[in-house]
Each structure stands twice: as C-alpha cells, then as structure tokens.
Design a protein around this ligand. Structure first.
Ligand code: B12
Ligand code: SF4
Ligand code: SF4
Length: 308
C-alpha cells in the first residue's frame, strides 16, 4: 500500500516518503535539543518553532504514520517600473501559490488513501528534518533540504495519516556529499549565517528572517544595503549552489506593475485604498498576503539596485 501511494505521488510529479508516527518524539528532540543548548535564536524560536505539534491531531487521533512530500517549485519574476525603467525582481521558490500546491498534494493523498479506508491531516512539524531523516532529502551546508532532480527548489508539505507504517527508512541526518568540498553558499551568504564552525546555521542572522518580519520593523543596521536580492526571502545560498545547476534557470513570469502601481505599493497605500488594478495583480500573483511588507522590502531592493 505504502509503495502504491508513493508511486501515485511520483506520477503527480512529486516525491514522498512515509515513516512511522513513532518518529515524532525524535523530530521534537531535533528542535528542543538545540533550543535547550541555547543554539537557537530565542525570538526566532518563539516566532517559528514553538508552535510545532508533535502529537496526532484531534481530527486524526489514531494517526500511525507521517507523510512528507517535496513539490518542485520555481522562482517567479515580478517586474516593477521605477524612474521609467523595468525593474525585474525575484521571488524565491516556496512563497507563491503555496497553499494551492499543498492542497493539490493533500487532495491526491486523500483520494489515494480513501480507497483503502485511510485519511490524512496536515502536520505542523519541522519539515526539513522530516525530509532528511525519512530519506527523502539531504541537508546542504546552507541547512536547506535537497532532493534528487529538484535540488533545493522544492516546497515541503507533511501529513499525519492513519495508514500503518511498520517499517521505514529512518536515518541519521545526512549532508550532501558535495558539501564536503564546497563552500559556495558560505561565501555567497550576505549576512554570515553559514559557517564551518557549526552545521546549524545562525538563522537569526538570515536575511529572510528579517525581510519576513512585519513591515514596520526596520532592517538592523548590520545588514549591508547590498544584501537585498529578492522581494521577500533571499536566493544567494541557493543560486550559487552547484547542486541546483539543473533548476537555477527555472524562473516563471509573474505580474508586471506600471510606474503608478509601483508607486502605490512603495507608498504603503492600505489595501482598501489601492487601485483595483493593483489589488487584482497582487491577488493574481499571490502577493496580496505580503502587501504589508512590500514597501520596506521593495524600497531596500530599489536602493540596492540604484547603488549598482
Ligand atoms: C523557521 C523557518 C525558517 C527560519 C529559520 C531557518 C532555519 N534554518 O531554521 C527563516 C525565516 C530564517 C527561514 C529561512 C528560509 N527558509 Co524556512 N522555514 C522555517 C520552518 C518554519 C521551520 C524550519 C526549522 O525547523 N528550523 C529549525 C532548525 C533547528 O531545523 P533545521 O534547519 O532543519 O536544522 C537541522 C540541521 O541543522 C540538523 N543538523 C544539526 N547539526 C547537524 C550536523 C550534520 C552533519 C547534519 C547533516 C545535520 C545537522 O539538525 C537541525 C535540527 O535538529 C520551515 C517550515 C516547517 N514547518 O518546517 C520553513 C522551511 C524550512 N523554509 C523553507 C525555505 C525555502 C526557506 C528559505 C530558503 C527561504 C528563502 N530565502 O528563499 C530560507 C533558508 C534559510 C536557511 N539557510 O535555512 C522551506 C525549505 C524547503 C527546502 N527545500 O528545504 C520550508 C520547509 C518551508 C516549506 N514549507 O517548504 N525559514
Ligand atoms: S553551495 Fe556547496 S556547500 Fe553549499 S549546499 Fe551547495 S554544495 Fe553544499
Ligand atoms: S537565505 Fe540568504 S541570508 Fe539566509 S542563509 Fe541563505 S544566503 Fe544567507
């Protein structure tokens, strides 16, 4: 049964693994261990990690397995217009249309499992750790998960299921072989997140952490103005990575914004006063949820570009 589900995922263009629900305490320890040792930035821990749930959900109390799925995901180019010039900017993989992507996987799994009387429910667990320990992916030195043929350009989604899983391929966390002789991400990171001293990155220094913060939080002064490279997130450690050679040019065309539309976004015009065309484009691009942080991030990008 397990193999049939995994084949169905493959046919849909995904790659997945199924492990026993008995692995949940080890996932929990993978987060709480480093936290106890003071290795995690406390504010980041509270914002992103404290909410993980390591028990089966109320909707599926008899869950017996975890399913983790890698969804190939592209970069998207959004084009603004500033001082009469087109300004193309990238959104990294995983940010846009992510809920639709996750839902498609959930629908596929729910369909496949319902034929044999089983169910799935979304899991709020550390997905990279699950990806790597289940054998689906491997960690790069940048602490991102890499999956064969997808590189790091994939989104991860995880589910609880009541499908039994008496045997799995649970393993110790593995690093990509290539990282043993490569430091490209370490050199490419603009905020010194990655080091040779410890494998666990200093995520509190990650540009992504700072440009995902609410729009009224300014960037810390130690972030160089030349660091900014994406509308949200950062692509440096993934774009320089040789493991991403096959996917790095995968860029989908997103929306384009005129000079007036760009100005409205930069000025931080609230949603109820934005022109209809801007709202429609932001919705189509799946950027509407980022409206509040776009003025700060776009301003930073435009000044990085102006500095050349
Ligand atoms: C919190 C979080 C962030 C935080 C913190 C990142 C971090 N590294 O922890 C911030 C906001 C900075 C962030 C940034 C990014 N994120 Co993020 N993030 C998450 C989130 C919510 C949890 C990640 C987590 O568990 N962190 C806790 C740490 C402790 O776990 P870990 O990183 O896996 O670390 C393990 C290893 O270091 C390992 N380890 C320790 N020592 C050693 C030694 C060896 C030899 C080995 C092999 C392993 C090893 O043990 C640690 C766990 O115990 C997940 C979604 C989810 N629910 O899982 C998305 C998620 C991980 N993010 C994702 C992405 C895409 C990113 C960005 C690439 C976004 C971008 N810029 O484009 C960056 C990458 C930054 C980076 N270098 O890590 C994707 C990853 C997809 C993928 N291919 O891996 C996820 C899964 C979202 C999704 N649904 O797809 N993110
Ligand atoms: S850039 Fe090099 S060291 Fe970094 S993840 Fe890729 S292969 Fe590993
Ligand atoms: S996402 Fe950017 S800031 Fe974060 S580790 Fe990678 S290169 Fe460094």
């Amino acid at each position: 049964m397990k193999q049939r589900i995994l084949s169905q995922l493959k046919e849909g263009g995904y790659e997945g693994r199924i492990v026993s629900a008995e692995r949940l305490p080890e996932l929990q320890e993978g987060i709480e261990g480093p936290h106890r040792q003071g290795l995690l930035d406390e504010e980041l821990y509270q914002d992103y990690l404290a909410g993980f749930e390591f028990n089966p959900p109320d909707s599926l109390p008899d869950a017996r397995s975890l399913v983790v799925v890698a969804i190939p995901h592209p970069q998207t180019q959004i084009t603004f217009t500033w001082h009469g010039e087109p300004v193309p900017v990238l959104m990294p993989p995983t940010y846009l249309h992510s809920e639709e992507a996750d839902q498609q996987v959930e629908d596929l799994l729910a369909d496949a499992l319902s034929t044999v009387g089983h169910r799935v429910a979304r899991a709020t667990v550390p997905k990279k750790l699950l990806s790597v320990r289940s054998g689906l992916g491997r960690y790069g030195r940048n602490n991102v998960s890499y999956v064969p043929d997808m590189g790091s350009f994939h989104r991860l989604v995880a589910f609880h299921s009541d499908l039994p899983c008496p045997d799995d391929d649970w393993t110790e966390p593995q690093m990509l072989e290539r990282c043993e002789t490569c430091k490209a991400c370490l050199r490419g990171c603009p905020t010194e997140v990655i080091s040779m001293e410890r494998f666990l990155v200093q995520a509190g220094r990650c540009l992504t952490y700072h440009n995902e913060k609410p729009g009224d939080v300014p960037f810390p002064s130690w972030i160089s103005s030349s660091a900014h490279n994406c509308l949200v997130g950062c692509l440096h450690c993934q774009r320089v990575c040789p493991e991403n050679k096959g996917v790095v040019e995968w860029i989908e065309d997103g929306q384009g914004f005129s000079e007036d539309e760009t100005a409205e976004i930069l000025e931080g015009v609230p949603r109820d006063r934005l022109s209809a065309s801007v709202v429609e484009k932001l919705q189509r691009a799946d950027l509407i949820g980022y409206l509040e942080i776009l003025p700060r991030n776009l301003r930073a990008l435009l000044s990085t570009m102006a500095e050349g």
